[in-house]
Write a protein that binds this ligand. Structure first.
Ligand code: SAM
Length: 332
């Protein structure tokens, strides 16, 4: 038991008190009673879970056997309105760590480790074969990889503004996607706010997985000054998110749709941004995605106080997925 406690001690990172105090004030108001159980999970990384997204371009039956032998089972088995058979994602009930695979030039990886809630925005996007898709904020590339597990887009444009992260994105694509498919994929290093002007009415689907206050990582900042500055500048994020969404709308063909997602619980970066878009852009309407929540309600906990076009995944013990906010809009 002593050894176990020692290991736990090492793994248990230190929470940053200024961030926790800030969250406590904001989220107890916004989430009400749900906040105390969410806080318990967020502040205890040992109970965080991860999912294993198989790479349809390279995984073997052996891998699925190994996962099952280790207590993993397929996620998203409910009656989802859109669930491509080619998308295979495994989760385990208890928090455990499947080893990550190293990048090896010329060799495809068999799986991608991610938060299972990260698959929900991709499922909500409902990409069909042949559609032109833009992943506006794409690095490190988890959702681009997931999109390619679901369908064969006409074009998949993966964009990332940060140069270093865009290199990471390119490496992810090289690690997961076979060379012959590279001609379907474009990787750019642009400010996503400009893409609407550069490619107006060009895409059938746009994913805006926006830069946001990443609650999980902010809670474990080791630099108090940096954490304090981030909290002060938090308001600017919603301005950027709104501008990215406006650009995404411009880039969509009429009839096309977009999914907006963040990994924060903050209402200012979630519902408030979407409401501002709905109130100021006359060419978009909300799309009902409540069916998704119903279909996966056994695997995920959703906040009850959201509208039909949005979902908020709340991490809970044993289902420690999220935080993840998802909203879907359609251009008319
Ligand atoms: N979709 C990614 C995935 O699933 O792996 C994660 C994206 S992360 C939440 C948001 C990304 O947006 C960051 O990599 C950040 O560098 C990038 N970003 C920040 N500002 C941007 C901008 N103006 N245009 C495009 N990307 C931006």
């Amino acid at each position: 038991e002593q050894l176990e406690n020692k290991t736990k001690g090492k793994l248990q990172k230190q929470t940053c008190q200024v961030v926790l105090d800030h969250f406590e004030k904001q989220y107890s108001t916004e989430l009400g009673d749900a906040w105390s159980s969410v806080r318990e999970v967020l502040t205890y990384p040992l109970c965080w879970q991860h999912a294993v997204l198989l790479n349809k371009f390279s995984h073997t039956a052996d891998l699925e056997d190994t996962l099952c032998a280790q207590g993993y089972h397929p996620a998203f088995r409910g009656t989802l309105p859109y669930l491509p058979r080619s998308l295979k994602c495994y989760v385990s009930r208890t928090p455990r760590r499947f080893p990550s695979q190293k990048h090896q030039a010329g060799k495809l990886k068999e799986y991608y480790l991610l938060n299972a809630a990260s698959v929900l925005p991709v499922l909500a996007l409902e990409v069909k074969d042949g559609e032109d898709v833009l992943d506006l904020c794409a690095a490190p590339g988890g959702k681009s990889v997931a999109i390619l597990q679901c369908a064969s887009p006409g074009e998949l444009h993966c964009n990332e503004y940060d140069e270093l992260r865009s290199r990471w994105l390119k490496q992810t694509m090289e690690s997961f996607i076979p060379r012959p498919l590279f001609n379907l994929i474009t990787v750019s290093i642009l400010d996503g706010r400009q893409i609407g002007e550069l490619k107006p009415e060009f895409y059938d689907k746009v994913l805006v997985d926006a830069p946001c206050s990443n609650d999980k990582s902010w809670l474990f900042s080791s630099d108090i000054q940096q954490a304090t500055l981030r909290l002060l500048q938090r308001k600017e994020l919603s301005v950027l998110q709104f501008q990215l969404l406006r650009s995404a709308i411009k880039a969509l063909r009429p009839g096309g749709s977009l999914v907006y997602s963040t990994c924060t619980l903050s209402k200012a970066e979630n519902s408030d941004v979407i409401n501002l878009v709905l109130n100021s852009c006359t060419n978009v309407i909300p799309v009902d995605i409540s069916e998704i929540a119903q279909a996966v309600s056994q695997q995920f906990t959703f906040h009850s106080d959201t509208q039909q076009h949005e979902l908020l995944v709340l991490p809970e013990k044993g289902r420690a997925w999220g935080p993840m906010y998802i909203a879907k809009l359609k251009k008319v």
